[in-house]
Design a protein around this ligand. Structure first.
Ligand code: BAL
Ligand code: ZN
Length: 848
């Protein structure tokens, strides 16, 4: 498959004013009739042929203005030569046959447990019918579905239904990637919503019979999202119905099809006994994310797939804002930064690094990445900091006014900010066009009452971008007096040069700086600070993010020093953490986050950034030793803390209760290191929620116990695949490094384990990749197992295989022996006959 370049963009030759689709559903022989009203695109001066995308379609008939014709077909398209086309508007009718039952790639129209469903983003519509499958072709769709199945859904508003058929009419022009169809034996959990201007909307969450009672939280999240978007962004819903469908086989988390969101069932279904607090938070965020796409993605879409961050970065930013408003902003910010660092910084630091707006791709599916999503959101956060909240609001209003109904670009997005503020954002645009995480060095000076902070930014080379320019970096800073009082509250320094100093005058004593408050820019802050200063900030910083960050930085330094040179656990870190743990004035969720030690991969990233080679086994040992020392240091207070938190309040998924549970489980994990799991075993037996059940099981497995509990968990939940994913993941996560690959192999190869389901595959292979010392074990067994299974999945589902292959993305950081083994596995994948272009592109990029 060919490389596509942003620079080659050309508007499509034609406009499609209207699309009428009829589906005659059949598992092996579905007929799709398409009637397209087409006219030449006035934006194109040439008179071009008509080329429609189409893959794996059996053409039954083709008529142009009612006359049968024989178009030119190849494996990817249907073409009608320019001289065969009428000069003005015309109608093209095609009928094709497809086989949804055999569609294991889960792109286009496929089947999952007897239900028909679609996934069209990014380029799945071409597997349904011949069409210009590109986001800048927006059209009005009418759909007729013929099937005996009881529930027949598509986009837009219902337009009639009868025995064996239903029709849908979507009044809003949309690109083909937002098309959706669902047919199945489904039950609805329903509610009503009235928009701010009084439009009544029917809300339905469609699930398999028996799952209706697990939809309440998703529905509540949807209603809160709809209200929030009205209140915060002034955006109302624009159809009479909003349908969500839960499906078990799904490549993504969810999909924002117009008026008919399709969700991975994992992100819809929740009850206290099946979903953890993290699951609840994720459901709330994903429901919001997909709903928010209605304006940022659907009403205003992307001109081409290079602009993916236009909708994804903005929608992630909006869902982060929403979650912050629904929960604790500080806790959400910390969680978001933890994710950013573990996924995006990791990506940005290796062979898969790419700009937020890439300039070329082979398979666009390979660019639904942490960089496009999470860094895309961070860039918007920086923009908001730089222009201020009010200008952000005005720019967004202008964006919606100016581009509603259009397919827009990053240039359009930046222009609304320029027009509203008068600022020149050309330097800021580098955040979209250059890959890599900037390194920010800080030096301080104190002379005659003047305090100076000097920042130096380095933008490291990334694949295809050896040299970079200085970026605009908003650096939020506060200053504290040595007694802990804040003397300069948060201000924003705007760095635009490679090296830049900022002066503070009128201070009585040399202050302690709190730099990059709220994580105001996605950079690596390189600042040498003594442990005492970190401990001071952990105790006194008024910025909750930097308070946590001080403890985090200290923990990372301690773990890195232990892994690199066998340093002892630092008493300064232990004392500082003990003070936070037992400070009842602090939010329990915040304390739980402070107790969560940095991940081993995170430490490998830190050591790599120091120019050293990380040793996974030593990092693993260091992390264990730190946890053990912490358990001892916290002493009897830990048991008291656990008892205080172990109340009998009726379950609520609220952030407050979730925070108490998180701290209780953190305490339980540490207590297990002292009592060998005795308390955890009784906590497991008494668990009243999945959070407690998983927390106790995790604590047991960590100390080599829990075999009986694993058996009882499986006996209770064996029929619920989404719950059993936790059971699989826990065993791999807690396996000893030398055994992790064998545990994963046993689980994925077990009879009846449905590894073709993306959730199952991602759970097992993803958990092995996340077991840092296990995946990178020197035997090479982890690398071998992941490569074996990628090769097995690739012929069936290339998109998921390609995504999971990122397990290997950090391979260049390790020692020569590990690099040799990883390279050999990547080369083995590359040598496979008929490798998909998805997986090929990923492996080739990883090999460099
Ligand atoms: N558009 C793909 C799924 C999502 O980001 O919402
Ligand atoms: Zn999205």
């Amino acid at each position: 498959q060919k490389t596509v370049y942003l620079a080659d963009y050309l508007p499509y030759s034609h406009l499609i004013d209207k699309v009428d689709l009829t589906f005659r559903l059949h598992p092996t022989a579905t007929r799709v009739l398409a009637r397209l009203n087409i006219r030449p695109n006035p934006a194109r001066k040439d008179r071009d042929h008509l080329r429609l995308d189409g893959e794996g379609l059996k053409l039954v008939s083709c008529r142009l203005d009612g006359q049968a014709i024989t178009p030119t077909l190849d494996a990817r398209s249907l073409t009608i030569a320019a001289h065969e086309l009428p000069v003005g508007a015309f109608t093209l009718e095609t009928e094709v046959e497809i086989a949804p039952e055999g569609n294991t790639a889960l792109e286009g129209l496929y089947m999952s447990n007897g239900m028909y469903c679609t996934q069209c983003e990014a380029e799945g519509f071409r597997k349904i019918t011949y069409y210009p499958d590109r986001p800048d072709v927006m059209s009005r769709f009418k759909v007729r579905i013929e099937s005996d199945l009881p529930v027949l859904l598509s986009n837009g508003n219902p337009a009639g239904q009868g025995q064996g058929w239903a029709e849908w009419d979507d009044p809003w022009p949309k690109p083909a990637y937002l098309f959706a169809l669902v047919a199945g034996d489904l039950r609805a959990h329903s509610a009503k919503f009235v928009t701010a201007s009084g439009r009544p909307v029917d809300l339905n969450i469609w699930v398999r019979p028996g799952d209706e009672d697990r939809c309440a939280y998703a529905m509540d999240s949807l209603i809160r999202s709809m209200r929030w978007d009205e209140q915060v962004y002034g955006r109302e819903y624009d159809l009479d119905v909003f349908n969500i469908v839960a499906v078990d086989d799904f490549n993504m988390g969810a999909m924002e099809n117009k008026g008919l969101n399709i969700f991975n069932s994992r992100y819809v279904l929740a009850s206290p006994d099946t979903a953890t607090d993290d699951d609840y938070a994720r459901i709330e965020a994903i429901i919001a994310h997909e709903y928010f796409h209605n304006w940022t993605g659907n009403r205003i879409t992307c001109r081409d797939w290079f602009q993916l961050c236009l909708k994804e970065g903005l929608t992630v930013f909006r869902d982060h804002q929403f979650s912050a408003d629904m929960r604790s902003p500080a806790v959400r910010r910390i969680e978001d930064v933890v994710t950013l660092r573990s996924r995006q910084f990791r990506e940005d630091d290796g062979p898969l690094a790419h700009p937020v707006r890439p300039e070329s791709f082979v398979e666009i599916n390979n660019f639904y990445t942490a960089t496009v999503y999470e860094k895309g959101a961070e860039v918007i956060g920086m923009l908001k900091s730089l222009v201020g909240d009010q200008a952000y609001q005005r720019a967004l209003d202008l964006y919606f006014d100016r581009h509603d109904g259009e397919a827009a670009t990053i240039e359009d997005w930046l222009k609304v900010f320029e027009d509203v503020t008068g600022r020149d954002l050309s330097q800021f645009k580098l955040w979209y066009t250059e890959a890599g995480t900037p390194r920010l060095k800080v030096e301080e000076a104190w002379n005659d009452g003047i305090y100076t902070l000097t920042f130096t930014q380095k933008n490291p080379p990334t694949p295809g971008q050896p040299v970079k320019q200085p970026k605009v970096i908003p650096i939020k800073v506060g200053l504290l007096n040595p007694n802990g009082d804040e003397v300069v509250p948060t201000i924003m320094l705007e760095m635009t040069r490679a090296k830049q100093s900022f002066r503070f005058e009128g201070l009585a004593a040399k202050p302690v700086p709190s730099i990059l408050r709220g994580f105001s820019a996605p950079v690596v802050l390189e600042r040498k600070a003594p442990p005492e200063e970190r401990a001071f900030l952990l105790a006194h910083d008024t910025d909750a993010f930097n308070k946590w960050e001080a403890g985090r930085a200290l923990a990372k330094e301690v773990m890195a020093a232990m892994a690199l040179k066998g340093a002892p656990v630092s008493p300064a870190w232990l004392d500082a953490l003990a003070a936070v743990t037992f400070d009842d004035t602090l939010d329990p969720a915040f304390r739980a986050l402070c107790l969560r030690l940095p991940a081993e991969d995170d430490i490998a990233q830190t050591i790599h950034a120091m120019g050293r080679i990380p040793d996974p086994a030593r990092i693993h040992a260091a992390r264990r030793e730190m946890a053990g020392a912490l358990a001892i240091r916290l002493g009897e207070g830990l048991s008291r803390l656990y008892r205080d938190l172990d109340d009998n309040a009726p379950f609520s998924p609220s952030a407050a209760q979730a925070g108490r549970r998180a701290l209780k489980i953190a305490a339980l994990g540490l207590l297990s290191r002292r009592d060998g799991g005795r308390l955890a075993a009784s906590a497991f037996a008494r668990a009243r929620s999945m959070t407690e059940e998983v927390g106790a099981l995790s604590a047991l497995l960590e100390v080599g116990q829990g075999q009986a509990e694993l058996v009882s968990f499986a006996a209770r939940w064996g029929r619920d695949a989404n719950v059993m994913d936790k059971w699989h993941a826990l065993q791999i996560a807690h396996a000893e490094p030398a055994e992790a690959a064998a545990v994963a192999a046993r689980l994925i190869g077990a009879p009846g384990f449905d590894w073709k389901n993306p959730n199952r595959f991602r759970t097992v292979i993803g958990a092995l990749a996340a077991n840092h010392a296990g995946f990178h074990h020197r035997s090479g067994a982890g690398y071998r197992l992941v490569a074996d299974w990628l090769l097995k999945l690739d012929p069936l589902n290339p998109q998921t295989a390609a995504r999971v292959s990122t397990a290997f993305e950090t391979w260049p950081r390790y020692d020569a022996a590990r690099r040799k083994r990883a390279r050999a596995e990547l080369e083995r994948i590359l040598a496979a006959p008929d490798l998909s272009s998805d997986l090929r592109e990923m492996v080739e990029r990883m090999l460099g």
